[in-house]
Ligand binder design. Sequence first.
Ligand SMILES: [Zn+2]
Length: 222
Amino acid sequence: MSKGEDVDSIINGRRDGGSRTDRPARRGPSRAEAEAAVRTLIEWAGDDPEREGLRGTPGRFVRAYEDFFAGYREDPVDLLATTFEETAAYDEMIVLRDIRLESHCEHHLVPILGKAHIGYLPAGRVVGISKLARLVEVFAKRMQIQEALTAQIADTVQEVLKPRGVGVVIEAAHQCMTTRGIRKPGVSMVTSRMLGSFRDDPATRREFVSMIGSHRGSTHES
Ligand SMILES: [Zn+2]
């Protein structure tokens, strides 16, 4: 199978409506309706949306949402599938660590802030490190839970690059835990997804964990 056909089938397979629902169509309420909803929330919270300091807030809020949730307007498979390179020259583990992660929890729509680490053992296909960072961003800029975010990143690398193995570890603090509810500042959650040799080969897994830093202790699989 040529690279071209392969990439087309990956992209078309996704677009023709696989079971994933990670790319909702961009339709629905207008900007004016979205801003009206923000005014309702301001009033509901107990303030006056017409007072000086708040008058521009609905517009700013909606623009901020366009940025926070820009990931719905991009296809992560496309991102990798159109940029990977075929090379037999490199077969050692590639690790990108401490990728800044900014997302929003789907339960409270408040920030999840942390770091992502991605490693893979290429089997002919490699992608520039900036693309891996962008992949994290595309999934992060959606309404998320950390376990799903971790799995989506790993699964996409596996699906497109078809490496011998891939590992993704995310450590993040959830503002819904640190500033509301049970209020546990300083608590961070660690999730991981290991596929292929990262799952099956303890030596590969150890190498990955040591490359991303020895202070990472127990993780729970998602
Ligand atoms: Zn939450």
